[in-house]
Design a protein around this ligand. Structure first.
Ligand SMILES: Nc1nc2c(ncn2[C@@H]2O[C@H](COP(=O)(O)OP(=O)(O)OP(=O)(O)O)[C@@H](O)[C@H]2O)c(=O)[nH]1
Ligand SMILES: [Mg+2]
Length: 173
């Protein structure tokens, strides 16, 4: 994401948060999560938001898929607006995929037991992401526009969000 699109996204994101603040005024705190396929750019975006609003870095970004294998949470990020202060927890999730083959890690130099462990942890992370979805108040779905959008679990994810009536915003990058 280049600087101008990240600024535009930050502005748009702040406006949306203010909207959430008005609508969820009775809730004490919101959980806002980033979901999507492996390598879609979820942690990159989480880092941008957390740097912008909390001056903190979130997690490790890598070109190797399934870098994030456990849910990461940055608690109590404060957003000030004319309506007052709003606090939300920002959640970065492991990439959703229907299949994790340990052999895909070979081209990144990860082989043997290390690759199998990474694959096992990735599957655990996918299960955790899906299980925790119902706890989220709003979700940003990142879709990599250079790949087939119906790849991985994007379609079931969006169906699930609609069924559970969780507000979501699809972000094509
Ligand atoms: N071209 C391009 N690359 C990006 C963009 N955002 C992230 N990347 C790159 O894509 C790779 C994956 O980024 P991450 O943020 O780690 O992706 P992720 O969705 O958190 O991946 P997992 O943790 O594996 O699910 C890294 O090499 C990033 O530098 C983008 O907007 N454009
Ligand atoms: Mg990640």
């Amino acid at each position: 994401m280049d600087e101008s699109s990240s600024k535009k996204f930050s502005k748009d994101f702040s406006l949306r948060l203010k909207f959430f603040f008005r609508n969820f005024i009775l809730r004490k705190k919101l959980k806002i999560a980033i979901y999507g396929s492996p390598n879609a750019g979820k942690t990159t975006l989480a880092n941008l938001i957390s740097k912008d609003l909390a001056n903190r870095t979130f997690g490790k970004v890598s070109k190797i898929p399934h870098e994030t294998r456990k849910i990461q949470e940055l608690k109590s990020i404060c957003l000030k607006s004319k309506y007052g202060r709003m606090y939300f927890d920002l959640i970065d999730t492991p990439g959703l995929a229907s299949d994790v083959d340990y052999k895909i890690f070979r081209k990144y130099g990860i082989r043997g037991t290390k690759a199998k462990i990474r694959s096992y942890e990735a599957i655990e992370g996918i299960i955790e992401s899906i299980t925790e979805l119902k706890k989220m108040n709003a979700v940003i779905v990142i879709i990599d526009s250079t790949k087939n959008p119906s790849k991985d679990l994007n379609v079931p994810l969006i169906t699930n969000l609609e069924v559970q009536k969780i507000p979501f915003n699809q972000m094509l990058i």
